[in-house]
Design a protein. Structure first.
Length: 334
């Protein structure tokens, strides 16, 4: 990705001075919110917890809450309210920083990349949560708990070992084929459900899910690799007068902000995939409706990736097929 993360351990009393002196970019520590501290730094707690408590009150059934909204509505509204609070409550130097970060929302790639990352990281954490229960419902005769850990393990390993390939081949190209693979994996799961009653039904079901986990892990790496590459092209196009050093610095800043936003949206997969399976089972008695909706979403992301990034004339076509990158690829695989 071209960005190095360094975690620095320092004395508690030095955290705020280091943040104000730009020696560190963020402080990850439990810290009481005081009036004195709020004069110089922004606290993340109020931005998240106030909207979260309010939306939770609207969601929970009576008498604990009002029971007015479904979880499908509450979570997106919670995210939107937290962002609005961050923008409104910012002050001093922090206000200028927040304003710059909010600039990413004017970039169309800020909206396309979360959709792509939902397919990969969102599917990974969503399937991790849903797979054991779904297997137990569809195949009650199988003790699936002894196998359930393998899915997340395969996904984590494929994520860890695919980073170099993404750098060498290109995140866009790999993401395109990952989405095709995940679509095939969903078709495999649907085929296995249709075979229910056959002795080979569960092995096909299990193998298809392992394939989905492996593909989602690779896609988790490839979509993240795409974002810095996209921003390097975008900053060069939008700010042609910047020199190379400032272009790199600006693109890294915007890429980091988009990665943070993308990750937050993709985490929604931990909710909507299990919820989709639950809704499908409740309304139809089977998981097929949820799987067909996933398949449609995956196919739409194939189209998005191809149109915006990997086709001839797409944003990443020249980057990922340049003679320099091909030379690196051949040299590393020789």
């Amino acid at each position: 990705m071209g960005v190095e993360c360094t975690i620095t351990n320092m004395a508690f009393d030095g955290l705020i001075p280091a943040l104000n002196a730009n020696k560190v970019d963020a402080v990850i520590a439990s810290m009481s919110i005081t009036e004195e501290r709020e004069k110089t730094i922004g606290m993340a707690g109020p931005y998240y917890f106030v909207p979260a408590i309010f939306m939770l009150y609207l969601y929970l059934p009576k008498p604990t809450g009002l029971g007015l909204l479904s979880m499908w509505v509450v979570i997106p509204l919670d995210v939107i309210l937290a962002l609005l609070m961050m923008k409104v409550a910012a002050f001093g130097e922090m206000k200028e920083g927040v304003k710059k970060q909010f600039g990413i929302f004017r970039n169309k790639h800020t909206w396309s990349m979360p959709a792509l990352h939902v397919v990969t990281f969102g599917s990974f954490i969503g399937f991790s949560a849903a797979f054991p229960l779904l297997s137990k419902v569809l195949f009650p005769e199988i003790n699936v708990l002894q196998y359930a850990f393998l899915g997340p393990l395969v996904g984590a390993l494929s994520r860890a070992f695919s980073g170099k390939a993404c750098d060498r081949i290109g995140g866009g190209r790999i993401t395109f084929w990952v989405f095709i693979a995940m679509s095939a994996g969903v078709i495999g799961v649907l085929y296995a459900i249709g075979m229910k009653g056959s002795p080979t039904a569960f092995p096909v079901f299990f193998a298809s899910f392992l394939f989905l986990f492996a593909a989602s892990g690779i896609g988790n790496a490839s979509t993240f690799q795409m974002i810095p590459a996209i921003m390097r092209k975008e900053v060069a196009r939008l700010s042609p007068k910047l020199d190379a050093g400032h272009r790199t610095k600006q693109s890294d800043k915007e890429a980091a902000a988009i990665i943070g936003f993308t990750s937050a949206i993709a985490a929604y997969g931990a909710f909507f995939i299990p919820k989709s399976f639950g809704t499908s089972l409740a309304l139809t008695g089977g998981a097929e409706a949820a799987l067909y909706s996933f398949l449609a979403f995956y196919v739409s992301c194939i189209a998005i990736t191809w149109w915006f990034y990997t086709r001839r004339g797409g944003l990443l076509f020249d980057v990922e097929r340049s003679p320099a990158s091909m030379a690196v690829s051949k040299r590393k695989t020789a």
